[in-house]
Write a protein of this length. Structure first.
Length: 191
């Protein structure tokens, strides 16, 4: 038996230039979209991290106020959030160092048994903080001249505030619960 010789069509041996160009264009479009999503997710991640840090400081302030039976506060100034006793937060920042030394000495003399706790956290560059007070619709921009103080009482209550973190046109808003100092609800707009 003899087999018939195979004939091959020259067009079926490879891809045409048009097919290769179409595939390369599709790959470029998909890669561009993926890069855009990664950039947006980086901003979203940074905003979420800020919100989580503020929540952690709020819970710590609430716990310290209840344990030490002394009001604590979170102070928003610029892109920094500071945890400190409420009495200290009510003093002008340039007078605090002298007042803090006096307060620490008084606490040691009274034998209260608790150390005063202070902590600072700074947001990444480019992130701005805003605070919305209870029963208000306005977001107050926080800067070095416009400090905002959030009070935590020894009974375990705090003012129900909202904190907005914003980077460029992206923002995340977190509303805090007055009993738990944890995030009650969030809203965001991330491009």
């Amino acid at each position: 038996m003899t087999s018939a010789p195979r004939t091959t069509d020259s067009a079926s041996l490879g891809f045409s230039l048009l097919e290769i160009v179409v595939v390369l264009v599709l790959i470029a479009v998909l890669a561009g979209g993926a890069i855009g999503l990664m950039v947006a997710s980086d901003d979203g991640r940074a905003l979420k991290e800020c919100s989580v840090e503020v929540e952690a400081l709020a819970k710590r302030a609430r716990t310290l106020a209840a344990l030490q039976q002394r009001p604590y506060a979170l102070e928003f100034a610029g892109n920094q959030v500071s945890l400190m006793p409420l009495a200290e937060a009510m003093i002008a920042p340039d007078e605090r160092e002298r007042a803090a030394g006096r307060s620490d000495a008084e606490d040691e003399g009274q034998g209260g048994g608790f150390n005063i706790v202070r902590a600072d956290w700074s947001a990444a560059s480019g992130i701005r903080l805003f605070v919305r007070r209870w029963a208000s619709e306005d977001w107050i921009a926080v800067d070095s001249k416009n400090r905002q103080v959030w009070r935590f009482d020894p009974e375990g209550f705090c003012e129900p505030v909202g904190v907005r973190v914003q980077k460029d046109a992206n923002w995340l808003e977190a509303e805090f619960h007055p009993l738990t100092a944890s995030i009650r609800s969030t809203a965001s707009e991330i491009y």
